[in-house]
Design a protein around this ligand. Structure first.
Ligand code: AHR
Length: 576
């Protein structure tokens, strides 16, 4: 792909200028959007001609760094923490995830009736136990690209009558043995809320509203009675719904223009709300900054349906490829700053349309697909060849991927004022923190930073002021070595911080300055690090990249000092 990078420095709206943000296009999403590579190549050529390539400019140069103060910061990174200074209450749904009918995510991953590890429903017990322990709050389903060709009626009713369908998004066979009711039962079992995706590709607004009626109405109507006839008396009360998936992408089944989509989404939203006025609806935003229609798509869509939706979606996958980063890990580890720019630009568009409409309503964002993904992204890794449960998108994650995922967790936390839902894409076997085989499961490297967010980020996000020394990244300019996010739970007074050290060769001293009160004892101190950035876990060597105990730092005179190792992501939690 003929594309270069851009990095920019932008402010941190409404947060008291305490984050340092940069951005550059780094996304190679087009690489395997479609199973059929000729279509993909054609789209890329056209996009390049249309000026899709972002210029390689360093917007850091000559900028004054807002947020993390650099001038005079010296060698020690300083974090100023005042528990009265909050960015926003943390919505737990910021740490959601995603399960698509794709590869071995559903079949084999969570549903495997033939397995010795499954229960009477065919659900893998070990997987359910893992998800329960992690406490994943919300899970998006059933796609992804898959949803745009999915007929939900194929997946309900007696199993023996369900059709084997060719899923054209991934060229795979869907037996439909797992559908809406199985997903609801599975969500209940793992204590997660469903985030239902709707087919606005081949599907109609009427079919979308019918699914809402099937899921949420008690009885006495065509679709609620059908659910009862299928053996499920209780309505599910599904609250969050995605109005389509990546409808801006030419790879998407049923792709259309922004205005067409905006009108279809508006119609679907209206019909769905007639059925259940309490729904929270997410409009389909731009698939990412690499799109020629980036932001313009969002604006046009919202001009049509701003009053009908509550949130807007964003997606992003990061890569460390010769094209995007030159394979430079120091640059790769700065990519989370690019996510921040994407969030801020999308918020700006939402608020622009809000202004046009003079609307009292402020939209929130649903970052409902984010991860690292670039190796298993073309050829057979994306083509199911008409098989059931093929091995697709089985990305193997290494240490540097986990460090960036830690940075991405930090970026999401820092934007918790507007991002209310986010989904690590995905959860099991497909670009996933957890892999399964016939005998058990494996935690990939990215499992750890994601799980730390789930376990320790609680209450409200702290508005930290961070001073960090910086490093020069080719064509990016100055990037801080130390990236910090933190939370405080007003209920129990616990404080947690999450520290990424982007320095590939040196440890760094970090000093926390407790501005209003000193913390209690250290409850958790753990670090993910290693000498080999490319190290990864396997079923044979599952602990190659795993958390290590971090020496509990002491606090004296309102200061806590500790050293974070090179190439590391550290979490520390204190009691009140
Ligand atoms: O998560 C994998 C795919 O990436 C999803 O199906 C699609 O929405 C995105 O392009």
């Amino acid at each position: 792909m003929d594309r270069s990078d851009t990095i920019g420095l932008v402010g941190s709206p409404g947060q008291g200028t305490c984050t340092f943000q940069a951005a550059f296009s780094c996304d190679q999403r087009m690489e395997s959007k479609q199973v059929f590579s000729e279509d993909r190549r054609r789209f890329l050529r056209q996009a390049a001609n249309a000026g899709m390539a972002w210029g390689l400019t360093s917007l850091f140069r000559g900028s004054s760094l807002r947020g993390q103060t650099v001038a005079g910061a010296g060698d020690i990174a300083k974090v100023y923490l005042d528990s009265r200074r909050m960015t926003a209450p943390l919505d737990r749904n910021l740490f959601g995830s995603f399960l698509e009918h794709l590869g071995r995510a559903i079949y084999e991953g969570i549903y495997d009736p033939g397995s010795k590890l499954s229960d009477a429903n065919g659900f893998r017990k070990d997987v359910m136990e893992e998800i329960r322990q992690m406490g994943v709050p919300i899970i998006r389903y059933p796609g992804g690209n898959f949803v745009s060709g999915y007929n939900w009626l194929d997946g309900v009713g007696p199993r023996e009558g369900r059709p084997r369908v060719l899923d054209k998004a991934w060229n795979s066979i869907n037996t439909n043995q797992f559908g809406t009711n199985e997903f609801m039962a599975w969500c209940r079992a793992v204590h997660a809320e469903p985030l239902m995706g709707l087919n606005l590709g081949t599907g109609t607004p009427e079919e979308a509203a019918a699914l809402v009626e099937y899921c949420n109405l008690d009885q006495g109507t065509k679709w609620s009675d059908l659910r009862r006839k299928h053996g499920f008396a209780e309505p599910y009360g599904v609250k969050h719904w995605c109005l389509g998936n990546e409808m801006d992408g030419p790879w998407q089944i049923g792709h259309m223009t922004a205005t067409e989509y905006g009108m279809k989404a508006q119609d679907a939203a209206r019909q769905m709300r007639y059925v259940d006025p309490s729904l929270q609806l997410i409009g389909c935003g731009s698939s990412g900054p690499f799109m020629p229609t980036y932001l313009e798509w969002d604006r046009e869509v919202l001009e049509q349906c701003y009053e009908y939706v509550d949130g807007l979606s964003l997606h992003r996958y990061f890569t460390n490829t010769p094209q995007d980063t030159g394979g430079d890990s120091a640059k790769f580890l700065a990519m989370n700053l690019s996510m921040e720019r994407q969030i801020e630009e999308t918020v700006a568009v939402c608020d622009l349309v809000r202004g046009h409409k003079r609307s009292p309503k402020k939209l929130w964002l649903s970052f409902d697909e984010w991860n690292v993904w670039y190796r298993a992204r073309s050829g057979d890794a994306t083509n199911g060849h008409h098989r059931e449960a093929p091995h697709l998108l089985e990305e193997v994650y290494n240490l540097e991927d986990a460090l960036l995922v830690g940075g991405l967790v930090n970026s999401l936390l820092r934007h918790a004022d507007r991002v209310k839902v986010a989904c690590l894409a995905q959860l099991i076997n497909v670009i996933a923190p957890i892999m399964t085989n016939a005998n058990g499961l494996l935690r990939q490297t990215i499992y750890y930073p994601y799980n730390w967010g789930l376990q320790y980020a609680r209450g409200s996000v702290l508005n930290l002021l961070v001073e960090s020394p910086t490093y020069e990244v080719s064509s990016l300019g100055q990037v801080p070595y130390i990236d910090v996010a933190g939370t405080m739970n007003p209920q129990d007074g616990k404080v947690a911080i999450f520290v990424l050290n982007r320095d590939l060769s040196k440890p760094h001293l970090v000093e926390i300055n407790w501005q209003d009160k000193s913390p209690g004892e250290v409850l958790v101190a753990t670090v993910l690090t290693g000498t080999d950035l490319k190290a990864f876990n396997t079923f044979e060597a599952p602990q190659r990249v795993a958390p290590q105990t971090f020496a509990k730092p002491a606090t004296a005179n309102g200061r806590t000092k500790f050293e974070v190792p090179a190439r590391s992501y550290t979490t520390i939690q204190w009691s009140a």
